[in-house]
Design a protein around this ligand. Structure first.
Ligand SMILES: *Cc1c(COP(=O)(O)O)cnc(C)c1O
Length: 464
């Protein structure tokens, strides 16, 4: 019986459990068992089921951390029962969270880092909701102060990650996504003016665009908004989606101005579980100054007999990720983060050169100046075998690699790209094996030409 053929099985399907000592134990699959089973047997069943998942280390689609050192596993275990929301019961976890916020505010050049507001979240998505909500609240306050009537707010951005589409829909904000200009893979500063008006709650540039890994030009966008203010009087803030870049740029690209050094940048989100190197479930949102986070959004919870301000969508939430963010800051320091990300960037550069040498691909992004990774397209000519990037993705999957192919966003959706992320744990060795597998795939199609290539509808269009 195939594992997941739910529609074909009776409601009462039972599976053999080979690990059971008497070989006679059966466990129901789609209904809760009536009686208990031994922990060892239940474990074996779940373990086996999970075996069919992809190998996370070979999932080159994800930005998220897939390798952790033993001490991280140990701390996660020790924190299993700590609830982030119980500031009173777990005051030290709360303290570590506050210290991380301060460290991040300092890393991102907040004017009064020790005094600013920020919080941990489950990831950048929740952090983006919080950042977006603060923008919306501040916009509305200004409108009320000017005695202006209600209007639909809008948010201006480039090719954003899906969380901003969610934010816009869940919180009733119009998302004005600027289409890509020919030759561009992010929004440009000169496009902005025509999309902003008095109902623009903010502009959201991405530091590390999901599709192609480059940084959008936050400094130029800041300047363009200065121009807009000069001409129209509109004072439009910036929230930077630095999901990946927030933990890369401070270490690898110190010359890039993208953070609180720019006066319009009022808030920043980043994913601890991406290049912050924590296990899954950790994000951050930090505001420039206390006054940038509207008081109405803050709830106070009891904390050591006192009061602790909180701003979050969740109530109960695991505390381990926050403890590990703090551990990483102690363990690695700026130099440790720099070394790890530098090694990843160099592996990405190596990979880009090797992929270019194969001759069938054009490199769109070579790992330099943005997030460690590579992005490429298929050359128009020069690939006998009639394959698409979807076919290559499919072929690589045979070896266990997950390397997504997908179209670029609006106005350049005719361009299909393929992308890999190089994270801590994706070594030069693994990159070399991947190159050999890509070469072998191209060679395979040369010998076995495709008559009906996979297209984006049937291909693997997963990416994060
Ligand atoms: C990953 C990502 C997100 C979503 O972050 P999660 O931590 O997965 O919730 C948002 N924006 C960008 C640019 C991202 O790369």
């Amino acid at each position: 019986m195939p594992l997941h053929a739910r529609s074909e099985v009776s409601t009462n399907i039972n599976d053999d459990v080979y690990a059971s000592t008497d070989l006679s134990v059966v466990m129901p699959k789609y209904k809760m068992a009536i009686y208990e089973h031994s922990a060892a047997h239940a474990y074996q069943v779940v373990h086996d089921e999970l075996m069919l998942d992809g190998n996370a280390r070979m999932n080159l689609a994800t930005f998220c951390q897939t390798w952790s050192e033993p001490e991280v596993h140990k701390l996660m275990d020790e924190c299993l029962d700590k609830n982030m929301i119980d500031k009173d019961e777990y005051p030290q976890t709360a303290e570590l969270e506050a210290r991380c916020v301060q460290m991040l505010a300092d890393l991102w050049h907040a004017p009064e880092a020790a005094d600013t507001m920020g919080c941990s979240t489950t990831g950048s998505s929740e952090a983006a909701m919080l950042g977006g909500l603060a923008l919306k609240w501040n916009w509305r306050k200004n409108r009320l102060a000017q005695k202006k009537s209600d209007a639909k707010p809008n948010l201006v951005c480039g090719p954003v990650q899906i969380c901003w589409h969610k934010f816009a829909r869940y919180f009733d904000v119009e998302l004005r996504q600027i289409p890509l200009e020919p030759g561009q893979i992010g929004m440009t500063a000169k496009q902005i003016a025509q999309y902003c008006d008095e109902n623009t709650i903010g502009v959201v540039p991405t530091l590390g665009v999901t599709f192609t890994l480059q940084y959008e030009p936050v400094e130029q966008i800041n300047r363009a908004l200065d121009e807009i203010q000069k001409k129209t009087g509109l004072d439009i803030p910036i929230h930077v989606d630095a999901a990946s870049g927030g933990f890369i740029a401070p270490f690898l690209h110190e010359d890039v101005k993208w953070d609180f050094q720019l006066p319009r940048v009022k808030s920043i989100n980043a994913s601890g579980h991406k290049f912050g190197l924590t296990p899954l479930g950790c994000g951050w949102c930090v505001w420039r100054e206390k006054s940038d986070l509207p008081e109405e959004l803050i709830f106070n919870v009891d904390y050591l007999g006192g009061n602790m301000p909180t701003f979050a969508l969740n109530f109960s939430r695991p505390g381990g990720q926050t403890a590990i963010q703090y551990y990483n800051f102690l363990r690695l320091g700026r130099e440790g983060y720099r070394k790890i990300h530098q090694a990843c960037a160099e592996t990405a550069k190596f990979l880009a050169e090797e992929i270019r040498k194969i001759g069938a691909f054009d490199i769109v992004y070579d790992g330099i100046g943005g997030i460690p990774g590579v992005c490429w397209t298929l050359k128009k000519n020069g690939h006998p075998g009639n394959f698409t990037l979807y076919d290559i993705a499919d072929r690589l999957r045979v070896r266990g690699w997950q390397v997504p192919a997908y179209p670029l966003p609006k106005n350049r959706e005719d361009i299909i790209v393929q992308r890999v992320l190089i994270r801590h744990g994706v070594s030069r060795d693994l990159a070399k094996i991947l190159v050999d597998d890509i070469k072998a795939s191209v060679g395979f199609f040369k010998g076995h030409p495709i008559t009906t290539p996979l297209n984006e509808k049937e291909g693997t269009s997963y990416h994060h």
